[in-house]
Design a protein around this ligand. Structure first.
Ligand code: MRU
Length: 349
């Protein structure tokens, strides 16, 4: 997708310097900065510090972390050790361990570094195709809504910045825009890190898609007023029974959608389905520092980026990163293989 008219991916390999490049998402929306990941620890920290985030992109970065590790020491036991380390960088998104396991399964022990690099490039190229397919299947849902303007509510950032390109929840939006469908996107601000207002809105502005940011608690009223036609969200992990882990606040949107008879769709690549977990209660939920609640980053009138405290000193907070939306609140899963009912999500593999 585009930033200021130029096409970008979120992560790519630069052959000349043999480094990995990413867009530093902690600087968005105020500054657009590309940084290099030169070694394993750079990639580990990029995931940990959320310079990259979003389940598919975390997976791709973890894969490249193993390429960078093997460049430091071309030894399979060293790579395996680093694989265990990187798996712990963030707990909820299953794409991380999926990508690491794929690299370990495909590594050629005669030619470790080169074979890992080739697999990283494949993972990224495949992710783009998968997300585009999600867009095509989601488009068919949108084409059935016969209205002058379709109002879609989305939560967090499940856009191209969370993947390699296209996004999951946003792929149908970009496809619908290309078909000339008139859209309005309600973008949940998504406290505490504001991935909706800082990232989804940033994407949609650069792709010229009509949208408005709303405070996280506004969706319910908009649904009651008939101003939401459907919700599409992303996910970080789906369990075998179709329960969905996604950014905190997703569950409340799904409840409100059910109460108002509004379809609630979850968009995902097959890499986000976890066949090893029976239900959502078993999905590990990330607990992050309460500083993310207490401190807000913005720009002042001089265009200087500042972090300010917004709570009384010594106030404590609880910052849970994700919640679980039970399968019974979900209308369908939009995947690269088609749209599935929650009870059929096993067919994604
Ligand atoms: O904590 P983040 O920013 O990595 O959050 C993950 C997400 O981006 C969302 O939960 C998203 O909706 C699913 S990932 C496509």
């Amino acid at each position: 997708m585009k930033i200021a008219g130029e096409n970008y991916r979120t992560i790519w390999f630069e052959p000349a310097k043999k480094v990995v490049k990413i867009i530093d998402q902690t600087k968005l929306p105020f500054n657009f900065e590309i940084i290099s990941l030169n070694n394993f620890i750079d990639a580990f920290n990029a995931i940990k510090e959320m310079r990259v985030r979003g389940a598919p992109l975390i997976g791709a970065t973890a894969a490249y972390a193993l390429y960078l590790a093997s460049k430091e020491k071309e030894d399979i036991n060293f790579v395996k050790k680093k694989a265990e380390e990187i798996k712990k960088a963030r707990p909820t998104a299953v794409n991380l361990s999926w990508a690491v396991n794929r690299i370990l399964n495909k590594v050629n022990t005669q030619n470790i570094t080169q074979s890992i690099l080739e697999e990283c490039i494949k993972i990224c190229d495949e992710d783009i195709k998968i997300c585009e397919k999600i867009g095509e299947h989601g488009l068919q849902i949108l084409q059935k809504i016969k209205k002058k303007q379709i109002n879609i509510l989305t939560h967090c950032n499940a856009g191209w910045l969370a993947t390699i390109d296209w996004g999951t929840a946003t792929a149908p939006i970009y496809k619908a825009r290309d078909e000339g469908i008139n859209l309005n996107i309600w973008v949940d601000e998504t406290r505490p890190r504001n991935q909706g207002s800082s990232l989804t809105s940033y994407e949609l502005i650069h792709e010229k898609i009509n949208h408005k940011v709303i405070a996280d608690n506004t969706g319910g009223l908009l649904m009651q007023r008939g101003e939401v036609d459907l919700c599409i969200v992303g996910t970080d992990r789906v369990s075998k029974n179709g329960d969905v882990a996604n950014k905190i606040g997703t569950y409340l949107k799904a409840l409100a959608a059910k109460d108002n008879n509004i379809p609630f769709y979850v968009a995902l690549p097959s890499t986000t389905y976890d066949p090893n977990l029976e239900n959502g209660g078993l999905i590990p939920i990330e607990e992050r520092s309460d500083d993310e609640l207490k401190q807000v980053v913005g720009v002042d009138e001089d265009n200087t980026i500042r972090k300010v405290n917004i709570y009384p000193k010594n106030t404590k907070g609880l910052n849970l990163g994700f919640d679980i939306t039970p399968a019974n609140l979900i209308s369908g899963f939009i995947t690269e293989k088609g749209v599935f009912k929650p009870e059929d999500i096993k067919k994604i593999l």
